[in-house]
Design a protein around this ligand. Structure first.
Ligand code: FE2
Ligand code: FE2
Length: 335
């Protein structure tokens, strides 16, 4: 449940540091709260651009969780054992839950669930480009856990300190679950790598296909990133796209070594001077083409989502009819 109407105690100091209402306008109080690393809550005044940025980011994030259920959901009926099936069902269900927390967080900013879903279903709203790639073999499920959830954790840990309270609190719980997702993926791959040459080849093939789209998940380079500067100033974004990408590469290289797979980048080398790995150029044309609807699975993903929504209409109708009946009964008893 959300504590959207409450100021959390650790926020009191930052709010107290802000000038009192008779001394300064709402903008000055907002800025002072941000500068003091406080949290903005739904009932607080906020600039319209801050609200819009958050609605865009949180709803895109929610859509990504919901669409992200599809590539792995495709493998639930084909999981190689009961144990793997149970893990995968739990993981895909978690992603659905993440979408719901995030829609709730966005609703505290005054946008409705219907508006957000309409944006997704009509193709106006974006979601993470990574979910427009296909899952061709069982190793893809492991690689999604290891690399896609791994990249998501790298992106999302700093969001636990986001200046907007409901988003930050949703991210704390989400990150705990993402950590299980990453581990289950890596463990599934370790098992396959101890198997037959054919199983090892499946893992390597999946890593080759997912590596570059995963690096693109962190978004365009800082120099071309449209919203980054303002989001950093507002405490929505804490670490830049390029810095997050670098951290991810540095963390993943040793994991690939333990696993026994190679990463498909001939330019990937340790740079002693920078104390980081250098890596090759990302194909941004492919990234933008996928974001703009022309990736391998964009149409399929959207069509599946719209069909699921339409197929669920009777559930929404029944829930509304039940709620109305309950309300009528309560009013009758009160009369
Ligand atoms: Fe998730
Ligand atoms: Fe996840």
């Amino acid at each position: 449940m959300y504590t959207q109407a409450l100021d959390l105690p650790d926020n009191a100091a930052a709010k107290a540091a802000a000038p009192a209402s008779h001394e300064a306008g709402p903008m000055a109080r907002f800025e002072a709260c941000i500068d003091a690393d406080g949290r903005i809550e739904p009932q607080d005044w906020m600039p319209e651009a801050y609200r819009k940025t958050l609605v865009r980011q949180i709803s895109q994030h929610a859509h990504s969780e919901i669409i992200g259920m599809q590539p792995e959901g495709n493998w639930i009926s084909r999981a190689p054992s009961l144990k793997r099936k149970a893990i995968l069902i739990a993981k895909v269900q978690d992603e659905g839950g993440h979408g719901l927390y995030l829609y709730s967080a966005a609703e505290t900013l005054g946008t409705s669930r219907d508006q957000m879903l309409d944006g997704l279903h009509t193709g106006r709203a974006k979601y993470s480009s990574i979910f427009n790639y296909p899952t061709l073999n069982w190793a893809d499920v492991g690689v999604i856990g290891w690399l896609v959830d791994g990249a998501a954790i790298m992106n999302q840990i700093p969001l636990c300190r986001c200046s907007y309270g409901p988003y930050a609190r949703a991210m704390i719980r989400i990150c705990k679950e993402e950590s299980f997702h990453q581990r289950q993926g890596y463990e599934a791959l370790l098992t396959m790598m101890q198997g037959t040459p054919a199983q090892r080849a499946l893992v390597q093939d999946a890593v080759n296909r997912w590596w570059w789209p995963v690096l693109a998940m962190f978004g365009p380079p800082d120099a071309d990133s449209l919203h980054s500067g303002q989001s950093m100033r507002w405490g929505i974004k804490r670490i830049s796209n390029d810095d997050l990408r670098q951290r991810f590469v540095d963390a993943t290289v040793p994991q690939a070594k333990v696993l026994g797979v190679s990463l498909p980048d001939p330019d990937l080398t340790w740079n002693e001077e920078r104390q980081h790995h250098d890596y090759g150029a990302i194909d941004w044309d492919e990234f933008w083409s996928t974001v703009n609807g022309n990736g391998p699975c964009n149409r399929e993903r959207l069509a599946t989502r719209v069909k699921a929504h339409n197929d669920g209409q009777w559930v929404r109708d029944a829930a509304l009819a039940h709620a109305e009946k309950q309300q009528r009964r309560a009013m009758k008893e009160a009369a």
